[in-house]
Design a protein around this ligand. Structure first.
Ligand SMILES: N[C@@H](CCC(=O)N[C@@H](CS)C(=O)NCC(=O)O)C(=O)O
Length: 205
């Protein structure tokens, strides 16, 4: 079975939602506190030198990281979690998947640990990243169909990011006021019967 190293509510929740939607079994290994020195970090660092979650150990012992790559692996097993090739939604799915991890996710890398990158200007780095992230989310809002899912009629892996990221900065109240489509999608994800346990385990509902 896949071993999924993660921390409740963190990025590992995105991959948990993906695997759960795909009906792919996994064992969750809680490495909460991995971002500080200690046994959890020692364990995770051996598997993933970036020491990030999610980190997966696949059935064949291979290590898999990066939510987008995990998503592509899930799609190999469950193609119905993306629009079929040949439909225009397919390209938008591909674009948004990479766009999220290439643009939004790095703002967390820098803003969550600003003292790592700019110890002399940590507060400025944190607040600039947050302002930039808000502009990214406003762009995304304009590219969401939300009828009812991000890409239209079909629930896709993009919706997994939305459900988890709504709880991260700038947080739910900001999204509700500024990104109604994003909020509606996150709310819908929270109602999915299949996802109730994983959402609860991650403190999302
Ligand atoms: N590009 C990675 C980013 C993963 C990531 O940044 N995860 C965060 C938790 S939400 C993390 O582990 N941060 C710790 C660190 O960067 O040191 C992905 O898409 O999986």
């Amino acid at each position: 079975m896949i071993k999924l190293y993660g921390a409740p509510g963190w990025g590992s929740a995105i991959s948990e939602l993906m695997l759960t939607l795909g009906g792919i079994p996994y064992q969750f290994i809680n490495v909460e506190g991995f971002d500080k020195p200690g046994p959890q970090r020692d364990l995770l660092e051996k598997l993933n030198p970036l020491c990030q979650v999610p980190t997966l150990e696949l059935e064949n012992g291979e290590i898999m990281t990066e939510t987008a790559a995990i998503g592509l692996m899930v799609l190999d097993r469950c193609p119905e979690l993306a629009p079929p090739s040949g439909q225009p939604e397919r390209q938008q799915f591909q674009r948004l998947l990479i766009w999220l991890v290439a643009n939004v996710y790095p703002t967390f890398t820098f803003a969550d640990y600003p003292e790592r990158w700019a110890p002399e200007a940590a507060d400025t780095l944190r607040s600039r990243c947050m302002e930039y992230r808000k502009t990214l989310y406003l762009w995304l809002e304009n590219h969401l169909r939300a009828d009812p899912w991000a890409l239209g009629e079909r629930l896709t892996l993009i919706d997994c990011y939305i459900a988890v990221m709504r709880n991260w900065g700038p947080r739910g109240e900001w999204f509700a006021a500024n990104a109604p489509k994003f909020t509606a999608i996150a709310d819908r994800m929270c109602e999915q019967p299949k996802l109730q346990k994983v959402l609860k385990d991650n403190g999302i509902i």
